[in-house]
Design a binder for this molecule. Structure first.
Ligand SMILES: [Zn+2]
Length: 111
């Protein structure tokens, strides 16, 4: 079954689908196999370059515990990076809100 790939735009056999149901071809699915936490770090640091990667990583893991959750969070941010800059209130992905909270209030010692 061929469908237009949401990654490269070509009509290719469907390898996998995103949480939004869009189709991805094999090569785009492989690209997506990269570490979702790295994607989240990229998304966050492109908006706030002052945040150290390890802080963002910790916040991402805290906001989205588990492989699927972290993947979903990475997807959401790739889809709409503006979620991190005020659009977050409109998201249905709760881990986005938790990530914003975690970044706004880094874990304090003793809390
Ligand atoms: Zn593709």
């Amino acid at each position: 079954m061929r469908e237009q790939c949401a990654g490269c735009g070509k009509a290719k056999p469907v390898n996998t689908r995103g949480p939004d149901g869009r189709a991805y071809c094999w090569s785009c699915a492989q690209k997506d196999a990269r570490d979702p936490v790295a994607d989240i770090v990229t998304a966050v640091t492109s908006i706030d370059p002052g945040l150290p990667a390890d802080v963002v990583t910790a916040a991402a893991v805290q906001a989205a515990p588990g492989k699927m959750a972290v993947r979903k969070l990475a997807w959401a941010l790739r889809e709409r990076p503006a979620l991190l800059t005020g659009d977050g209130a409109s998201t249905t992905v709760l881990s986005v809100l938790r990530l914003i909270d975690a970044l706004a209030e880094p874990a304090r010692p003793g809390s």
